[in-house]
Design a protein around this ligand. Structure first.
Ligand code: AMP
Length: 635
């Protein structure tokens, strides 16, 4: 920044313990403004500084504070009120605290907020709300949103729409008829043009406005998206439409997805497979542009109508999202018997496999950067009121620039598609290792349970794709977590990151951090790398079930009881080194537990990542044993 633009901070800025005459080399500066550039000058002074003819020297640090939710919109004005529409104008909030991405206008008939309300989005500070009932009093509120979240809604403003005129004379009727006919002709003409142009229709026609309508039992007109909620149970903030809330689910996807002609897709190879079918890499021809690499998910043959509907529901959910950390939908192919979902192609595939194949190859900063991406995507989803339920590294995709994007939406995802999901006693399939205890026990999924899963993703990332809770059974995972056990810090994991994981795994979901907080913590860590230097000590919390299932300590025999060296290597996906350990004479886990880095290298394991993984696992086992049995006496 050029200094010319700098202003001295106002008196509201607080310096703890004080701004000058500091003796220690640290201080806290509070009450700064969000999304603001600050320069800090730090100068050392001794007894003769004032006498020196030299110009004063100072170190300068430039820092930009995080974005925050904007302040409340305070000035809102009615510009015009017709019989069925109202135009509003408002002022940008006094403290935008970042870049305002959009405004939300919430409106409802007076005293009927609990039955139905609608929201309209606008990117400028004015909007026209149409489709209103004549002669009705409406309440309007506006709020702004930055990438850090939504501000508070403005004070309510009431506007009454114009009353309908009771009688029309013949001239008016003729005039109305003529207008209607002209309107119809124009509409038909527009429809024909549009079909020619792109062959699909998108729900959000306005470039700067999108509209969602929450009302019972109405079919969606072009720009309204109905959601069905029991009266009085409208979630506070749910800004996406769920396909299963439509009376005719088939129509759900149409508003948010575009139909792609199958002939425009050229499938080149298979890159993965899920329960519902294969995932292919291909290229999508875009008229007038270069072919675009895409991933194509195709529903396997022999599907039922319900499976097809659930499969396509993923697209209709994905199509509503627009965020750099959420996988982007290109369109769907649904003509005839085909059912395909076309998304942007992510060169590095799913995060868990990617990390496993690049074990130990990234800096902590790169890993935190990946997690920041996942966190930002989840913050966006939770702001929309969308609960993922199956957040796990396998459901995060990585592009060629290491940008991570959350994927795997839709109705079938947890129920059928996830190989890691298991049936619970309460019915339904749940990915136990990633799911918060209250969601396993009572199926109370929420953004807070997504935060728990995010903590597990953090652990997966720092452990380079290790399986959470290793080879423990699902039952043991549930009981251990219930007893208070939490995953220990992976080897080399900074203390601050493990603390954040533990915060995400708070038993009381109300105490868990929100995604906005998680992202700002990660941002702070990225900006001050020294905070990532201190590594965590391994968690001392006893894992009773884990200890039982892995070590069977009472088995004695000096050999680690139930688990062989081969089992252990398999559980950390290092089975390829069985022979190395056997050749080195390590026939029991007890012997393995005494190994140090040099011993591991002496076995001829040359890959740094693998050495780290093996040593990390040994360190974890030692810690587990110390906390359950005291120093590993049986081994
Ligand atoms: P899914 O059925 O969505 O879990 O996808 C199965 C596998 O296909 C994933 O684990 C990825 O390896 C791969 N895959 C899915 N979507 C994409 C994509 N958009 N880009 C690249 N690979 C993908």
């Amino acid at each position: 920044w050029t200094l010319g633009h700098c202003e001295t901070c106002g008196s509201s800025t607080r310096f703890v313990p004080q701004q000058t005459s500091l003796v220690q080399a640290s201080l806290l500066v509070a009450n700064l403004l969000a999304h603001m550039n600050y320069s800090f000058w730090i100068e050392a002074i001794n007894g003769v500084s004032d006498l020196s003819p030299e110009p004063r020297r100072a170190a300068v640090v430039n820092i930009t504070t995080n974005q925050a939710a904007p302040s409340q919109v305070v000035v809102i004005r009615q510009e015009r009120a017709g019989q069925t529409s109202v135009s509003l104008l408002w002022q940008e909030p006094e403290q935008p605290n970042g870049v305002i991405l959009e405004y939300e206008i919430k409106y409802y008939e007076k005293d009927k907020e609990m039955q139905s309300y609608s929201t309209l989005k606008a990117v400028t500070t004015r909007a026209t709300v149409s489709g209103l009932k004549p002669g009705t009093r409406y309440v309007f509120q506006v709020r702004a949103r930055t990438s850090a979240g939504c501000g508070r809604f403005s004070q309510a403003m009431e506007v009454e729409t114009g009353k309908p005129r009771p009688h029309y004379d013949t001239r008016t009727i003729v005039w109305i008829c003529l207008t209607l006919i002209t309107g119809l002709v124009v509409l038909l003409f527009l429809l024909i043009c549009k079909k020619r142009h792109c062959g699909y229709s998108k729900a959000f026609q306005h470039s700067d406005e999108e509209k969602m309508h929450y009302e019972n039992g109405q079919a969606p007109p072009p720009v309204f998206l109905p959601l069905h909620h029991p009266p009085g149970k409208i979630p506070e903030t749910q800004f996406y439409a769920e396909p299963h809330t439509y009376e005719e689910p088939g129509r759900a996807g149409r508003g948010f997805t575009r139909e792609i002609e199958a002939s425009r897709i050229h499938i080149e190879k298979i890159i993965g497979s899920g329960e519902s079918g294969e995932v292919c890499y291909g290229r999508l021809q875009v008229p007038g542009q270069r072919d675009m690499p895409v991933a194509i998910k195709a529903l396997k043959a022999g599907y039922t109508e319900r499976q097809r509907r659930d499969f396509l529901s993923e697209a209709s959910i994905m199509g509503q999202f627009d965020h750099p950390n959420i996988i982007r939908l290109e369109g769907v192919v649904t003509r005839g018997q085909l059912a395909m979902i076309v998304t942007e192609y992510m060169e590095n595939g799913s995060l868990d496999t990617f990390l496993r194949t690049h074990d130990g190859q990234f800096t902590i900063m790169q890993l935190v950067g990946m997690l920041r991406g996942v966190g930002a995507g989840m913050r966006y989803l939770s702001d929309l009121g969308y609960v993922h339920r199956d957040l796990a590294a396998r459901n995060v995709l990585v592009d060629g620039n290491l940008v991570c994007k959350v994927s795997d939406f839709g109705l079938s995802r947890v129920l059928e598609d996830d190989p890691d999901a298991a049936y619970t006693t309460t019915g339904g399939k749940i990915p136990i290792r990633w799911t918060a205890p209250e969601a396993i026990a009572f199926r109370t999924f929420s953004s807070a349970s997504d935060v728990w899963s995010f903590g597990v993703v953090m652990w997966e990332v720092l452990a380079y794709g290790e399986r959470p809770y290793w080879n423990m059974t699902n039952r043991d995972v549930i009981s251990s977590v219930e007893e208070g056990y939490r995953l220990p810090a992976p080897m080399g994991c900074p203390r601050t990151l493990h603390q954040l994981m533990l915060d995400c795994w708070h038993k009381d979901r109300a105490q868990r951090p929100r995604f906005s907080h998680i992202v700002s913590v990660l941002d702070t860590l990225i900006r001050s790398p020294e905070s990532l230097r201190a590594t965590a000590t391994v968690n001392r919390c006893p894992p009773p079930a884990f200890a039982r299932s892995c070590f069977d300590l009472r088995g004695g025999g000096g050999g680690g009881g139930g688990l062989t060296v081969g089992d252990w290597l398999d559980s950390i996906r290092m089975g390829r080194y069985r022979d190395h350990f056997a050749a080195g004479g390590y026939s029991s886990l007890g012997m393995v537990l005494r190994m140090n880095a040099q011993d591991v290298r002496a076995l001829g394991i040359t890959l740094m990542g693998h050495q780290k993984k093996i040593l990390g696992s040994i360190q974890t086992m030692r810690a587990q044993l110390t906390s359950t049995q005291g120093p590993h006496r049986h081994l």
